[in-house]
Design a protein around this ligand. Structure first.
Ligand code: ISE
Length: 341
C-alpha cells in the first residue's frame, strides 16, 4: 500500500515536491493538494489522477485519503498546520523554517512531546546532499582531524525587490545554520553579522551581501557569505578545515564545454536544480520512515534550534554586535541533531 501524501501549498517548492513524489519516490502517491490559488494547485497536479484539489489546507489534514502531509505553504502558516497534523496524528514534513519564531516551534515541540510520538520532520534537505554527507563522513572518519572552521558561500541569482535583511538570515543562511549543527553535532552559541558595501545590482534596500559568523559550543567558527543578488546563478560552497586537512563540496557534476579557446561549465539556476538529488532522497527517506512509523530527517528540535539561531542573527544584524543564542532545555527524545548520513 502506497503512503497517500497531501501537499499543502503548490508554489515553487510545493509544486516541485509534487513532481518529485510522483516521478522519483517509490511507495508514495499524492492524493490531495491545497492552495488558495486553485489554478496553481490544478496546474501542479496536471497529468496525475486521483488527486483531490482543496482550497482549504485543513481539508488536506482531515482528508481520510491522506496518510501524511507535506507543508510547503507560507512560513506564517506552518505552526497552525503542523499542530493540526499532530492533532490528527499524521506524520508531517514541513518546509524550512519550521516556524518564523522560536515560540511557535516550542509550541510544536510541546504538542509532540505530549503526544509521545515523533511525527514532525523539517525540510532541511542539504542533510541529504551527497556532497554534505561526504563532508560529514570525512569529519567522522578523522580524515581532516579535529574541526576548526567551516567556510561557506550561499549565493542566489536575484532576490525580490526590497527583500528585508532578516530574510537573508531566516530564509537563506538558515541552511548553513542547520548544516553547522548537523555536521558538528553541537549547538551554535553566538552569531555576528557584518554588512559591507551593498551591491549596486540590488533592487531596493536589501542589505546584500552579508557576512554571517557563527560560533559553536566547542569554538568552531563558521563564516557564511550570503549574497542573494549574485546575478550569475545559484552557487553553494562549503569547506571544512580541520587540524590536518580540509574537505570541500566539489562543484556538482556538470558537463565541461571546450570551445572558443575556453573550458566552461554551467552553474545551477536555483536550489531546486542544485539540490534535486537531496530533495529526492529527503522525500524517499520521509516516506520510508512513514511506512515503518519512524520520524526521519531534521526533527522539531532541529527546527526550533535553527529558528532561535536565525532570530539571534536578525538581532545581530540590527544591533551590529555579536548576539548570544539562548536555547530552552532540550526535552528527552530529541537527538542533538538527527538526520541523514
Ligand atoms: C529559499 O527559500 C531556499 O530555501 C533556498 O535553498 C535558499 O538558497 C534561498 O536563498 C531561499 O530563499
Amino acid at each position: 500500500m502506497d503512503v497517500r501524501v497531501g501537499v499543502i501549498g503548490t508554489g515553487i517548492m510545493g509544486a516541485d515536491h509534487v513532481r518529485t513524489l510522483a516521478t522519483s519516490v517509490s511507495g508514495a502517491r499524492v492524493t490531495a493538494v491545497a492552495d488558495i490559488d486553485q489554478e496553481r494547485a490544478r496546474a501542479a497536479v496536471a497529468g496525475l489522477s486521483g488527486v483531490q484539489v482543496h482550497s482549504d489546507p485543513m481539508s488536506v489534514v482531515q482528508d481520510g485519503e491522506v496518510d501524511a502531509v507535506l507543508v510547503a505553504s507560507a512560513d506564517s502558516t506552518h505552526e497552525k498546520l503542523v499542530l493540526s497534523c499532530l492533532d490528527a496524528q499524521k506524520p508531517v514534513l514541513c518546509e524550512k523554517p519550521l516556524t518564523p519564531t522560536p515560540e511557535g516551534a516550542l509550541r510544536i515541540i510541546a504538542a509532540e512531546t505530549s503526544l509521545g510520538r515523533r511525527l514532525v520532520s523539517v525540510g532541511f534537505m542539504r542533510r541529504y546532499d551527497p556532497g554534505y554527507a561526504d563532508v560529514k563522513a570525512g569529519l567522522r572518519q578523522g580524515v581532516v582531524g579535529a574541526p576548526l572552521m567551516l567556510h561557506c558561500v550561499h549565493r542566489n541569482a536575484a532576490s525580490r525587490p526590497n527583500t528585508p535583511g532578516a530574510n537573508l538570515i531566516t530564509g537563506t543562511a538558515v541552511h548553513e545554520i542547520d548544516i553547522a549543527r548537523w555536521l558538528f553535532d553541537e549547538e551554535i552559541v553566538a552569531v555576528t553579522i557584518h554588512r559591507g558595501r551593498r551591491s549596486s545590482k540590488v533592487v531596493g534596500d536589501t542589505p546584500d551581501p552579508l557576512l554571517v559568523i557563527l560560533e559553536t559550543e566547542s569554538g568552531v567558527l563558521v563564516d557564511v557569505e550570503v549574497f542573494v543578488n549574485a546575478q550569475y546563478g545559484y552557487d553553494v560552497r562549503c569547506e571544512l578545515v580541520g587540524e590536518s586537512g580540509s574537505v570541500s563540496l566539489d562543484e556538482p557534476a556538470r558537463t565541461l564545454l571546450r570551445g572558443a579557446r575556453s573550458r566552461t561549465t554551467g552553474v545551477s539556476l536555483d536550489w531546486r536544480d542544485r539540490f534535486a538529488e537531496a530533495y529526492q532522497r529527503e522525500l524517499q527517506d520521509w516516506v520510508d520512515g512513514v511506512v515503518v512509523g519512524e520520524q526521519r530527517g531534521a526533527n522539531a528540535w532541529d527546527g526550533y534550534a535553527a529558528t532561535v539561531v536565525a532570530a539571534a542573527g536578525v538581532q545581530a544584524l540590527k544591533r551590529g554586535e555579536p548576539v548570544r543564542v539562548h536555547l530552552e532545555p532540550r526535552p528527552d527524545g530529541y537527538a542533538p541533531s538527527s538526520g541523514a548520513a
